[in-house]
Design a binder for this molecule. Structure first.
Ligand SMILES: Cc1cc2nc3c(=O)[nH]c(=O)nc-3n(C[C@H](O)[C@H](O)[C@H](O)COP(=O)(O)OP(=O)(O)OC[C@H]3O[C@@H](n4cnc5c(N)ncnc54)[C@H](O)[C@@H]3O)c2cc1C
Length: 536
């Protein structure tokens, strides 16, 4: 029994009633995908002047940004997760443009990185495409990352004819394709650290179609894989200063989420933190009360005040009636919300596995690190061992070198990544133990004298969805199943890319799908509440 409609009457919350023209769209999750979805709904010229949808963003945690997060460390602001976004994709830079942040973009301050291979850190040669040499085999050979015999195995691809598998459409794992064509050593020492590193997973399980589409396309052609990949590369413009591969923002990459929330507030969109969406139920099918599309009741929980228009029940729970929903929460949470509505999508989402990672950030006195620091950092292949144990460290960023605005003459900042899918060791160590274990390995990788002057541990449980072979087919089925609900769409890292630009793009697409569905004004499946086809 509703007792307190917050802000406006309970009737007013029925957004499809004849009195209300503007649909209300709820965004579940204020990570970058959810925020981008909200912005897509209110930023366009059509949405100005009161014609666009009313948008409400609901975030279960006490802060916006999801995995975009920063904090103060050693006297400056540092990112706690994502610290850069790919420049080649347009979504993040386009968003920065819309938010007037283009002048705040900062390029990576160093080029290149190293890899721990054959007992030492070795600079990676130029011209690699996610670990595979595409320009010239010679610099790759000279890098010493592979032995002479292992390098020659890679080079056979240039001379031994390959018949190609044109017409084969199925997905395969990255590790399978590269291993078959170029041998296992390059998989283990370059491709796995690079692609597996991006996803905190292993390339023997990761879908080539989802994580390295050029590879699967190249593998189907006859001839050399290296040459095919080389042709697929976007040639760098012949300018004195080629555009950077990655950008951050002055301050932190996480400031993108803060700026986006500020811009949303200026468009009248409130982001409600501490408000979780606990259930989504069909409130009414198309046709009910003159509505042209289905509407939804979302059950709210959490400790934050419910948004305007929510109906508060006697037991303190509240709910909100909306016309459309963008589910921009990670797979497990989305699965729970979709369970009663779209069991097929929910089943596929609940099967998505996640890797957890942790970051250990360390500040050292200048001079404490005696090894030359090349480029932006280094990667450690999973086959590496220290004292007979598999390496804990997966990679390390030289923060002050990667981002000159973080550099100080008084110290050297390192950000070390640990944990990947299947390696639960970091979770079993407390922060002090983890820092000590990382420091012990770090001293094997770099020549360090003394101890860090400041340290910080950040843990990301459920950080990276694992895109297994067949991932894109499953995503298409999830999207189809959700689209059939009418006015509901999914967004975020679970689907078509874990990087910030991909997440922004998925939020934008989801927002447009919901709007299109509302304006199409139909309940495509013609279902009514309580009559959900369980086979979907
Ligand atoms: C350590 C680390 C480093 C990374 N580095 C990079 C990088 O350098 N470059 C790059 O491009 N990408 C990087 N990524 C990946 C990228 O940051 C993420 O994939 C992306 O930010 C995910 O955004 P999202 O909006 O999909 O999800 P999230 O950020 O997870 O946001 C989802 C939000 O939904 C909320 N939520 C969940 N359930 C509910 C509910 N029921 N009701 C309301 N709210 C709910 C959550 O609290 C969360 O805030 C990194 C990720 C990690 C973890």
């Amino acid at each position: 029994m509703p007792v307190v409609p917050v802000g406006r009457s309970a009737d007013n919350a029925v957004t499809t009633s004849p009195q209300r023209q503007r649909p209300t769209i709820a965004i579940v999750g204020a990570g970058i995908a959810g925020l981008a979805a909200a912005w897509e709904l209110v930023a366009g010229p059509d949405s100005q002047g009161g014609d666009g949808p009313e948008v409400v963003v609901l975030e279960s945690s006490d802060r916006i940004g999801g995995k975009l997060r920063s904090t103060e460390f050693a006297g400056r602001n540092v990112d706690l997760a994502a610290d850069a976004f790919l420049a080649q994709r347009p979504e993040a830079t386009g968003l920065c443009d819309e938010l007037d942040l283009t002048g705040e973009l900062v390029p990576v301050g160093a080029s290149g990185a190293s890899i721990w291979a054959r007992g030492r850190l070795r600079p990676m040669p130029e011209g690699l495409s996610l670990g595979v040499p595409t320009r010239s085999w010679w610099p790759f050979y000279r890098s010493g990352i592979l032995s002479t015999g292992e390098s020659l195995r890679v080079a056979t691809d240039l001379v031994v004819p390959h018949r190609g598998t044109v017409g084969v459409t199925g997905d395969r794992s990255v590790g399978d394709i590269v291993g078959e064509r170029l041998g296992r050593p390059i998989v283990e020492r370059l491709v796995d650290p690079l692609i597996g590193g991006i996803h905190a997973g292993g390339v023997d399980d990761l879908s080539a179609a989802a994580t390295f589409p050029q590879l699967i396309a190249a593998s189907r052609q006859s001839g050399s894989l290296l040459r095919q990949l080389g042709r697929a590369r976007v040639p760098a413009p012949r300018s004195a200063a080629p555009p950077p591969l990655f950008w951050s923002l002055r301050g932190t990459t996480a400031s993108l989420a803060v700026a986006l929330a500020g811009a949303l507030a200026r468009r009248g969109v409130a982001v409600h933190t501490g408000v979780s969406v606990d259930a989504v139920e069909r409130a009414g099918p198309a046709g009910a009360n003159g509505a042209t599309h289905p509407s939804w009741t979302i059950a709210l929980g959490g400790s934050g005040p419910p948004p305007t228009g929510a109906v508060v029940m006697a037991d303190g729970t509240s709910s909100l009636r909306v016309d459309g929903v963008v589910l921009a929460a990670p797979a497990r949470e989305a699965a729970v919300l979709l369970g009663p509505l779209a069991p097929v999508a929910a089943g596929l989402l609940s099967a998505v596995e996640y890797a957890s990672v942790a970051l250990v950030t360390l500040a050292f006195d200048p001079g404490a690190i005696r090894s030359p620091l090349h480029g932006t950092g280094f990667l450690v292949p999973r086959i590496s061992t220290f004292d007979g144990r598999p390496a804990l460290i997966t990679g390390c960023t030289y923060l002050g070198r990667k981002w000159p605005h973080l550099a100080r003459p008084g110290d050297e900042l390192l950000r070390v990544s640990v944990g990947r899918f299947g390696d639960s060791r970091p979770a079993g160590l407390d922060d002090d133990e983890l820092t000590a274990a990382v420091f012990a390995e770090l001293t094997r990788l770099l020549d360090i004298v003394g101890t860090p002057v400041e340290t910080m541990v950040t843990r990301w449980n459920g950080a990276f969805p694992q895109y297994r072979v067949g991932h894109l087919d499953r995503v298409a089925r999830i999207e189809q199943s959700v689209a059939e609900l009418g006015g509901v769409a999914v967004a975020g890292a679970t689907y078509r890319g874990v990087g910030i630009p991909a997440c922004i793009g998925s939020g934008q697409t989801a927002a447009r799908l919901v709007l299109e569905s509302l304006s199409a004004g139909a309940d495509p499946a013609g279902r009514s509440p309580g009559r959900v086809d369980p086979t979907r």
